[in-house]
Design a protein around this ligand. Structure first.
Ligand SMILES: Nc1ncnc2c1ncn2[C@@H]1O[C@H](COP(=O)(O)OP(=O)(O)O)[C@@H](O)[C@H]1O
Ligand SMILES: [Mg+2]
Length: 355
């Protein structure tokens, strides 16, 4: 019995497809599952439209480790896996294996929708608690005994921390559900830094850490989401706050990298004079749930999701994020974002041309 005869008998659909979407060979299970319709969606998968290549093309890209894709075929989801290249045909051909994962994907989706909903619902009551504490603490002529006001401040600090965790989980569940949509709006980087720093200034002064932002006047903008970029900077600064001792310094800055006369990218740095990260642990901090051996100076663990979220946000903006750190000296997180291109918005094109 040769390989084809074995494949013939398998109950999983298998087909040999050439790079034009032509069906060179199929087993009985494939025939039973897809019948004659396969011709149409295979053709569709082999097309390249406006630079976007169809899923089938992924299997013909040299040196790419992209060997399994999820594809919607006639209302069902199939995980299509590359088995091997098959040299016996006149044009390049690959053997593919089709697994129906419709139910599995639906369950995953339901689970992540549910998590997202719960986490979202937690924010409501929590901001109620925060608002109440803030109100009580801000009353002028407050006759609270100092012990009570200390306790209330502690409660406020804990609720802030909880809000941080809830927000991270919410962002994370969106990313995992594939719902991290990045708007394409012009973003003033200077404004993003200002917002992020302002929202943590109070926490910093309470913890007796200097938090400042510094940038030139002509920081150009980027294209993306103000909300998400602000969130990314907030995540970095809150990490610095956890690991920087009293009288330490955290500075947030932005710089332009030019290519000739034109700004090419913007580099945003969040640098602290904190405890630093062991070099052996540097590589893993970007992974989800991964934390280094560092203990927060201000109590409470984290989720280990903050930096993973930052990385996803930055990469969704076409940028990259890196870290430099020295134990006992400090840490510097560096985000590099491409500057908006002349073709991205009409307004910019016009003003550049006029210069
Ligand atoms: N500025 C920093 N200084 C020292 N350690 C840091 C800093 N930022 C991140 N880390 C380390 O990287 C780990 C991962 O960070 P993150 O993904 O934000 O998770 P979390 O803050 O929930 O622990 C942290 O647990 C900490 O050990
Ligand atoms: Mg964190």
């Amino acid at each position: 019995m040769n390989n084809y005869q074995i494949a013939e008998k398998l109950s999983t659909p298998i087909a040999i497809v050439n790079e034009h979407g032509g069906l060179e060979w199929k087993n009985d299970a494939f025939e039973l599952m897809f019948g004659v319709d396969a011709k149409d969606w295979l053709k569709e998968g082999s097309r390249v439209v406006g630079g976007e290549r169809g899923w089938l093309q992924d299997f013909f890209m040299d040196g790419e480790e992209h060997r399994a894709v999820d594809v919607e075929i006639e209302g069902r989801t199939f995980r299509i896996e590359h088995i091997m290249e098959v040299p016996d045909y006149s044009s390049r051909s690959v053997a593919l294996w089709f697994e129906d994962v419709t139910q599995q994907r639906q369950m995953e989706q339901a689970k992540s929708d549910f998590t997202a909903q719960i986490v979202h619902d937690l924010r409501g009551p929590l901001s109620g608690i925060q608002g109440t504490l803030e109100f009580v603490l801000s009353q002028e002529g407050n006759k609270l005994d100092s012990m009570y006001s200390d306790l209330l401040q502690e409660a406020q600090r804990e609720s802030e921390r909880m809000m941080g965790l809830v927000n991270e989980l919410l962002d994370f569940s969106k990313i995992e559900a594939g719902n991290l949509v990045i708007e394409k709006e012009p973003v003033r980087v200077a404004g993003v830094l200002k917002r992020a720093v302002r929202s943590l200034q109070q926490v910093a002064s309470r913890d007796e850490v200097f938090l400042l932002s510094a940038h030139g006047r002509d920081v150009p903008g980027v294209i993306g989401s103000v909300e998400k970029l602000t969130q990314a900077i907030i995540n970095l600064v809150s990490n610095s706050l956890k690991f920087t001792p009293k009288r330490g310094l955290i500075s947030v800055g932005a710089q332009i990298v030019r290519n000739g006369d034109l700004p090419e990218s913007i580099v945003i740095t969040v640098t602290d004079s904190g405890m630093g990260i062991k070099s052996s642990e540097l590589a893993q901090i970007w992974e989800k749930y991964k934390q280094s051996g560092n203990r927060s100076l201000r109590g409470g663990g984290g989720t280990g999701l903050g930096l993973y979220i930052v990385k996803q946000i930055v990469e969704a903006h076409g940028g990259e994020v890196t870290v430099a750190s020295l134990e006992g000296v400090g840490t510097s997180m560096v985000i590099k974002l491409p500057v908006k291109k002349a073709s991205d918005t009409g307004v910019i094109t016009a003003s550049r041309a006029a210069q």
